[in-house]
Design a protein around this ligand. Structure first.
Ligand SMILES: Nc1nc2c(c(=O)[nH]1)N[C@H]1C(S)=C(S)[C@@H](COP(=O)(O)O)O[C@H]1N2
Ligand SMILES: [Mo]
Length: 596
């Protein structure tokens, strides 16, 4: 609706019957189906492998510290720590302290003793699922191997990177910035395989959450929680005592069957009650739909803070796993393994045997996961969608109001992404300043029509300042000016059978065929869904999608087609292109509903 409330003259309606044939011609013929359904050398248009650099952290404004230095520094600190701890334990004051705090808090009298069998299963499933989560998470990270604390994602303002500094090329894209991982590390490892990595990550995450919920219910209904929650402040001096004992290489006596030592208790508590829930919350903090809806929270806790914290949670988990496994093995391995794997407190080889079998399962799936993904990517896409799709569809129902961001929030740098248009058709239009541009709107509508830029600009003007969420992980705020999709609906008058809206681009995708995307018609009436011809008060630039691009703020950036030439209303997207609902879904196995 026109914000001034004036009646508006829409462009001359052409009735379907007498619309020129061209107006009614679909752009579908310019799409290509992906040939073959495996991931091979032609992946993502034959994107060449590109390895990153060793991880580094920014110190000050542009000094970078290579984290590999932490290895020798850590070793040195460890040696010094051992010497200091040994020295300290000679002091009578320290000895008195250790006597007073031997390293363990008292448990309530009704605390359970030993480990039930369900805990062993839970522990195994948790570990098994986490191998997929960690590997696919690292692949997602490698698609934009930088972390920031502000939503602006400004080059040089990253606090962490595994990639060289951003080159000065103004049209450098986030895709060019992505890096390759070894296939045995990432899941999968191939450069820009984020679509498949996300199915693993989000799909397995639903199972991990389910396992976690069962775990919480069981520990609270059996009293096992008492063994995981510190209940007295003496856990602090006791932990200091335990740390000193470990460092001095005179380790505390183990009694894990009954009670953990205080340092162990703190580590388990942090992992179960802080890190695991934080993984979920920070993961959801990266959702465009939720962030746009929960504007206050997202203003303080931006997608980039969420992404950085999500990464730090990963670092905690990895550190925890390394230390935990080391201590299990070095503090009475057979007994420890029997506790968790056989629910027994003795030194038989049973626990070890079960561990060996379960480790074999982990190794086999670890080795097989990436090759299987390359061979059956469509299956990974389908199973992943079956698992996480319900949540993605749920969050899509959010129709947020404009007004979250103001002019001062506009990002100084807005990444470019995607494959730029190189066709003659587009070059000519651009050379002519788009005076010959016509947006073609057709399909299941009462009024198929072509609109030039002047006509589009004559329609009620819509403006919004919103945040863009690229699937790769970067974000940016911009002011978009153009026409609300509600106005386009009023002009085109879709028929009741029209359920999906296809946006066609002038630009080809990396695998040939033009770029396109399908959106549910319900979202076209959302307050923040629009066609933008201006960005930050200037006509849209070439790189950002001139002359016209889509904004739909409940979806990830790849669905927001740039360089739009046509909009077609259809019953279902399965009839269009490769039938998966968009270029990336057809060619790179992304998903068609991406609110998270
Ligand atoms: N035609 C077309 N539109 C596209 C793409 C593309 O490759 N081709 N890339 C998408 C992706 S992945 C993103 S993140 C946004 C990037 O928009 P920007 O370059 O203005 O930041 O455009 C989307 N629209
Ligand atoms: Mo993107």
């Amino acid at each position: 609706m026109d914000p001034t409330g004036e009646e508006h003259e829409f462009p001359t309606a052409v009735s379907a019957a007498d619309a020129p044939t061209r107006v009614r011609t679909s752009f579908r013929t310019e799409l290509v189906k992906k040939e073959g359904h495996t991931v091979d050398a032609g992946w993502a248009g034959g994107i060449a492998p590109q390895y990153g650099v060793a991880p580094r952290i920014r110190l000050g404004s542009n000094k970078w510290f290579n984290l590999l230095w932490l290895i020798p520094i850590g070793l040195l600190l460890l040696i010094i720590g051992v010497a200091v701890a040994k020295g300290l334990r000679e002091l009578t004051g320290v000895q008195a302290f250790m006597q007073r705090y031997p390293g363990m808090s008292r448990l309530p009298d009704n605390a359970p003793v030993g480990f039930p069998a369900w805990l062993g299963w839970q522990h195994f499933l948790n570990l098994f699922l986490m191998t997929f989560l960690i590997r696919s998470g690292v692949t997602i990270m490698a698609d934009h191997p930088r972390f920031y604390w502000t939503r602006n994602s400004t080059p040089g303002k990253d606090w962490f990177r595994m990639q060289k500094p951003v080159p000065p090329d103004p049209l450098y894209t986030a895709k060019q910035d992505s890096i390759t991982l070894p296939d045995g590390v990432g899941l999968p490892g191939r450069r820009h395989s984020i679509g498949l990595a996300r199915w693993w990550h989000l799909g397995i995450d639903t199972l991990w959450l389910l396992n976690g919920i069962v775990f919480f219910v069981l520990i609270f209904s059996t009293g096992q929680w008492m063994r995981l929650v510190p209940m007295s402040w003496d856990v602090i001096p006791n932990s200091i005592s335990v740390a000193t004992q470990y460092l001095s290489l005179d380790w505390p006596a183990e009694s894990g069957w009954v009670n953990y030592n205080s340092l162990q208790l703190l580590a388990y508590f942090l992992t179960v009650f802080i890190a695991a829930p934080a993984a979920l919350v920070t993961g959801l903090g990266m959702s465009p739909a939720l962030s746009t809806r929960f504007r206050r929270i997202s203003s303080l806790f931006s997608i980039q803070a969420a992404r950085s914290l999500h990464f730090l949670v990963l670092c905690w988990f990895v550190l925890f796993i390394v230390v935990h496994v080391t201590l299990v093995v070095t503090t009475g391995a057979l007994r420890n393994l029997n506790h968790m794997y056989a629910s027994e407190d003795n030194e038989s080889w049973l626990g070890f045997g079960i561990l060996a079998v379960s480790t074999l399962v982990v190794i086999v799936t670890w080795v097989a996961a990436t090759p299987l993904t390359y061979r059956h990517p469509r299956t990974v896409q389908k199973v992943g969608y079956a698992l996480i799709g319900p949540a993605q569809r749920l969050f899509e129902h959010i129709d947020a109001k404009p007004g979250q961001y103001t002019e001062k929030d506009i990002s100084p740098y807005f990444w470019h992404n995607g494959k730029f248009p190189e066709t003659e058709e587009y070059k000519e239009l651009r050379a002519g300043n788009f005076t010959n541009f016509r947006l073609r709107i057709n399909g299941l509508v009462d009024n198929p029509v072509e609109l030039d830029l002047e006509q589009l600009r004559a329609l009620p003007h819509h403006e919004q300042i919103t945040q863009h969420f690229c699937i790769q992980g970067w974000s940016g705020v911009a002011k978009w000016g153009g026409v609300s999709m509600q106005t386009i609906l009023e002009v085109a008058r879709p028929k009741p059978e029209a359920k999906w809206v296809i946006f066609y681009s002038f630009a080809e995708g990396p695998d040939k065929g033009i770029y396109y995307d399908a959106q549910p018609i319900g979202q076209m009436a959302y307050r923040l869904t629009m066609l933008a011809y201006d960005m930050n008060d200037e006509p849209l630039s070439y790189g950002h999608g001139a002359p016209l691009r889509l904004r739909n703020e409940v979806e990830l950036g790849f669905k927001l087609v740039k360089w739009i030439k046509g909009i077609e209303f259809v019953e279902h997207f399965s009839e269009v292109g490769g039938g998966q609902g968009g270029y990336n879904n057809d060619h790179e196995f992304f998903g068609y509903r991406q609110s998270i």
